[in-house]
Every structure is written in C-alpha cells, then in structure tokens.
Design a protein around this ligand. Structure first.
Ligand SMILES: Cc1cc2nc3c(=O)[nH]c(=O)nc-3n(C[C@H](O)[C@H](O)[C@H](O)COP(=O)(O)OP(=O)(O)OC[C@H]3O[C@@H](n4cnc5c(N)ncnc54)[C@H](O)[C@@H]3O)c2cc1C
Length: 392
C-alpha cells in the first residue's frame, strides 16, 4: 500500500483566496478570541449591550459576524457561495436564529428554512440544507417529549405543530431531491429530535438519502445508538444517513448534570470522544454502499483518518456517499485542501439578523478560546502563511 498523506499545512492552498489584509484581519480577530478573559467579557457584554439596545450591532457585524457568518440574508450570502464554489467547496446555508419562543417565530423560521432549500435546489454549490429543531419548536415541549412525560392537551397540540413543521420541511426537500441535515442539540431534548429525524428518514429516505440525523460522539452510548439506528433502517428498508460530530454543548451538559445531580452524559475525557468519533467513521465506512454520512469536524487527525481509510479501501475521493464538512471562517486548511484533492466538502454558512445569531457566535467564540483548541491552530496557520507571503 503506497504511503498516504494529505498536507493540511499547505497554507498557500488554504488561504489562496484571502488577500493580505483579509488574513491580517482574521489574525487580529482570532488573537482577540484567544484571550479567555476578553472572550468572556466580550460575549457577555455583547449580549447585555444588545438587550439594552446599545449600538454594538455594527461593531459585531464588522468583526466576529463577518468572520463566521455569510450575511444577514440568503442574498447577502451569495458572495460566500460563489467564493467557496470557485474552490469546489459547497455551501450549507444555515439560518442561525436561536432562542425564539413565539409560534409565529417558529413558523417564520420554518418558512426561511424552506427558502434555503429552494435556493439550494439544482445548485451543485449547495449540497445540503440544514436546520435545528429548536428553531421551529418550543424547548419545553421537546424536553417533555424527550422525558416521555405525559402531555396535556395544550402540549399535545404544540407537539403536532412541531411535527407538521418538520414534515413540511422534509417533504419539500424530498419533492425537490435536496438533502437536508438535522442538527443535534442538548441531550435532554435529543430524544425527541432523534424520533422526529427517524420518522422523516423512514418516510423520505427510500430512493436516496434526503434526511440526515446527527450523532454526537462526545456522549457516552452514542456509538451504540448509531449502530442500532442503522440496523433499524436496514430492517425497515430505508437509507440510513447521518452527520457525525463530537458535540458542541459539553460545558452546558456537564453543568446541568452537576446542578441536577445526575451522571453526566459526556465522555470522561477527550480521548474517549476521539476514539468513539473515529470508530463511528469506521462503522459508517463499513456500510458505505448502503448508507451516507457527513463527517462534521475540524479535527485534522479525524479528517485524515477518514481520507486514509477511503484510500485503503480503494474508494474514490468523490465517493457519492461520503462528505466532509466544516464551519465558515474555521479550518479553511481542511476545506480547501480536501477540495483540491477532489473530496466532497462543504461549509456551514450561518446567516441571519446579527442580534439573533449571537448564541451561535458565542458558541464559536468559546470553542475557539478553549485551551489547546482551534484558536492556536488557526493563528499558527495564518501566521505561517503571512510569513510565507512576506518571504516569497
Ligand atoms: C459541519 C459541522 C456541523 C456541526 N453540527 C453540529 C451539530 O449538529 N450538533 C453539535 O452539537 N455540534 C455540531 N458541530 C460542532 C461539533 O460538535 C464540535 O463542537 C466542533 O466541531 C469541535 O469538534 P471537532 O470535531 O471539530 O474537533 P476537536 O477540536 O478535536 O474537538 C473538540 C470537541 O471534543 C469534545 N471534547 C473536548 N474536550 C473534551 C473532554 N474533556 N471530554 C470529552 N469530550 C471533549 C467536545 O465535543 C469538543 O467540542 C458541528 C461542526 C461542524 C464542523
């Protein structure tokens, strides 16, 4: 077997479409996010200032929003779609409005998600649509459903409306043949999301993978869940489609478990999460003729692991059932280098009104400031490229 290596340090490819000033701006922003103190103060005071109606929106828009979001509307994302498309990277339009509570907001978000599917249809630059169930459903109802608590008539009616919204989105996706990802969220509402996603897969994944559920491998027991979900799909005669992620709510999960005195659902350490993530990738690869999966990760080792396993199995880089995905503004070295080698790769491009995307931006800021995390990798790569350009 010939030695296999993808060079994710090739910064010339990773930043080919960034000007020097764009790179310097990116460097400044990541440097700022790198300070945990500033990060905590910044994100908290941004929320506070927005709540008070202080004029910080412009500042947020020009800095962190521009780095991690495509714009406030689908139209404003067109530039990002083209820029990524020119590098053979797909866009996943992610309407990132979170924390809504009113029925009319949920209906509005559902309509907007359908608009993203309409925009994606027939455009090879937009391989997937995506949504979060909490964007179209009240948290309390999802929590009651997940806890299998008895529902009163009012909750029952809300439940039906949630089901209708999810069905409407997936039905439309199916009618135009556009695959759609359903994001995974907090463990105490995930059971309801899993059940909805499974029902949608049963209904719409008959000819090709349309609905993809998400499995978070930072949770103990999710590798077994993945296997069980796949077995069920095979027995019931539909295509199993899944996005594999590590999981974005670790601190929140641990804090809640501690506060409410139950065993944390999170793996004991990072190594266990990494081990289960790669095992999940291997499991999906074992069934790749029948299933489809998206590896949603910024982890270089896991990305390389998947590419290497594909190589060892003699699978083509552009295998129709295997997708790599990253988030806009992060890990361009993975996305651009995978694309250069012909892998199917796409990026979530979040969008929405600045103030409504704050929870998303806060998660990215926290993730980026985590010790030994993303930030040092990003800074190192940008620094390396700036140096290379200077000496070149
Ligand atoms: C395209 C895409 C889609 C995504 N969709 C979702 C989604 O639907 N739902 C969701 O929850 N997240 C989602 N995420 C975010 C993802 O779950 C991770 O938070 C993020 O990508 C960082 O993990 P990583 O695999 O990139 O790599 P790394 O940076 O190597 O891993 C960091 C992750 O490892 C885990 N971890 C870190 N420390 C520990 C520890 N001490 N013990 C146990 N585990 C630990 C945590 O999950 C942490 O986020 C998505 C990410 C991408 C790129």
């Amino acid at each position: 077997m010939s030695e296999f290596k993808l060079d994710f340090q090739d910064t010339a490819t990773a930043f080919a479409d960034k000007s020097n000033s764009q790179l310097k701006e990116k460097y400044r922003l990541f440097k700022l996010l790198n300070s945990p103190f500033l990060n905590a103060i910044g994100t908290r005071s941004a929320k506070f200032a927005l709540a008070l109606g202080l004029p910080v929106e412009g500042l947020i828009k020009r800095t962190i929003f521009e780095q991690f979001c495509g714009g406030e509307t689908i139209e404003e994302c067109e530039e990002a779609i083209i820029e990524l498309g020119n590098a053979n990277i797909g866009t996943i339009l992610d309407y990132s409005v979170e924390g809504q509570m009113r029925m009319e907001d949920f209906d509005h978000t559902k309509d907007e998600i359908i608009r993203t599917i309409k925009r994606a249809k027939d455009d090879p630059n937009i391989p997937f649509a995506v949504f979060k169930v909490t964007g179209i459903a009240p948290l309390g109802t999802l929590e009651r459903l997940s806890a299998k608590r008895k529902l009163d008539a009012k909750s029952q009616a809300k439940c039906e409306r949630i089901h209708n919204r999810v069905s409407e989105i997936c039905e439309y996706a199916y009618s135009v043949g556009q695959p759609v990802l359903i994001d995974a969220e907090e463990s105490w509402i995930q059971d309801a999301i899993d059940r909805l996603a499974t029902q949608m897969m049963e209904r719409y994944n008959l000819e090709k993978p349309i609905v993809f559920n998400t499995v978070q491998l930072y949770r103990t027991g999710r590798l077994s869940y993945l296997k069980e979900a796949r077995r069920r799909a095979t027995n019931d005669g539909y295509i199993f489609a899944v996005k594999l992620v590590r999981g974005a709510y670790m601190e929140k999960e641990r804090a809640r478990a501690k506060e409410m005195d139950y065993l944390s659902p999170i793996q004991p350490n990072k190594e266990s999460t990494d081990r289960d993530y790669d095992a999940a990738v291997d499991y999906c690869l074992n069934h790749i003729d029948d299933d489809a999966f998206v590896a949603g990760t910024h982890n270089e080792e896991s990305t390389h692991h998947l590419a290497q396993k594909m190589h060892e199995r003699g699978l083509p880089n552009n295998h129709p059932n295997i997708f790599f995905s990253q988030l806009y503004g992060m890990s361009d070295n993975l996305s651009y280098i995978l694309a250069k080698h012909g892998y199917n790769v796409s990026k979530y491009v979040p969008y929405g009104p600045v103030k409504d995307t704050i929870p998303y931006l806060i998660r990215r800021a926290h993730e980026n400031s985590a010790a030994a995390g993303q930030i040092s990798r990003e800074l190192e790569l940008i620094g390396k490229e700036l140096k290379r350009r200077k000496s070149g």
